[in-house]
Design a protein around this ligand. Structure first.
Ligand code: PAF
Length: 306
């Protein structure tokens, strides 16, 4: 595995692959890799000739009082995982190169970033799209893969790619879960043992709503209420939002007539976790979509023995 730290060298490597007609797959990450990331890498490998993974904890997407300083980091462990996953290049850009003194350009996607996580993290998506655009320009991928857990991020990146005419195919990988249903996230490392147990309630709440949907419930308020009441019964959990939105526009819906996403953000102690499930009336049972989801079938649950 090559380790590349400069944007220029990354671009030269990408130019070489492109000149040899090799398709480049890209998985951007902030490191502290888990099985969720590895499944995205696997998806990228299955669709391309070589895979680049970036690790960069992007200061621009963290708010002033958020967890940038304590975000978990384990570069040696990550390297080993990437080697075993057969990754071709680990791209480790330096903050000084991505954001040099005097840096003053940003990429901002408007409507789809306003609600959900954007409401409580107003500068977050601007930071995400700015860094993802810069990473795309460095890595020059044909295909880039994002996880469906960060559903709003996925929709936002797709919108940016359309709006800015990036010639990149965006794929999404389904949510990967722990055995008890908790969606894998680097931030799970922050949870105390008691919070870790309480965190199961997020998936349980979504599963209850999905079961109601499968039995024919289409009223968004009633589905939301199932999640809210389940989470409210857990003393260690504090809801940030529970929303049912259109899967494309992310606008709130009242009745599910098209694919919708039931999305949750909740604090367990000081740790903010997100999760979601797709509710698609075209699927007879309304049940989870397993395996690879792509642009046409956007996601998701479940994996693990839940
Ligand atoms: O999902 C993430 O890990 C980050 O938001 C990303 C896409 C790597 C941008 O920093």
């Amino acid at each position: 595995m090559h380790v590349i730290e400069s944007v220029r060298q990354m671009q030269q490597w990408a130019d070489g692959q492109r000149a040899a007609a090799r398709r480049i797959g890209f998985v951007p990450t902030m490191g502290y890799l888990h099985r969720g990331h590895l499944s995205l890498i696997e998806l990228a490998r299955s669709r391309t000739d070589c895979v680049v993974v970036s690790i960069f904890v992007n200061p621009l997407q963290f708010g002033a009082n958020e967890d940038f300083d304590r975000y978990p980091r384990d570069l040696d462990g990550d390297r080993r995982k990437l080697e075993s996953a057969g990754v071709d290049v680990l791209f480790l850009p330096r903050t000084e190169e991505l954001y040099p003194p005097g840096f003053q350009t940003a990429v901002e996607v408007e409507r789809v970033t306003r609600g959900l996580c954007g409401a409580s993290r107003p500068t977050h998506f601007r930071g995400v799209t700015t860094v993802v655009a810069k990473l795309f320009l460095a890595v020059k991928p044909h295909v880039a893969v994002f996880g469906a857990k960060d559903f709003q991020q996925l929709v936002t990146v797709r919108q940016m790619v359309r709006d800015l005419n990036f010639d990149i195919e965006i794929l999404s990988g389904p949510i990967v879960r722990e055995a008890d249903g908790l969606a894998m996230s680097s931030r799970n490392a922050y949870l105390s043992p008691a919070e870790r147990v309480a965190a199961r309630a997020i998936f349980q709440a979504l599963s209850e709503a999905r079961a109601a949907f499968a039995s024919g419930e289409r009223n968004a308020d009633r589905l939301r209420e199932l999640v809210v009441s389940r989470l409210s019964s857990v003393p260690l959990a504090r809801i940030d939002y529970v929303e049912l939105v259109d899967a494309e526009t992310l606008e709130p819906v009242r009745r599910i007539a098209r694919p919708g996403v039931l999305a949750v953000a909740a604090f367990l102690g000081s740790t903010r976790l997100i999760d979601n499930c797709l509710l698609d009336p075209a699927e007879e049972t309304g049940s989870a979509t397993e395996g690879v989801a792509d642009e046409d079938s956007q996601q998701l649950p479940t994996e693990g023995s839940v």
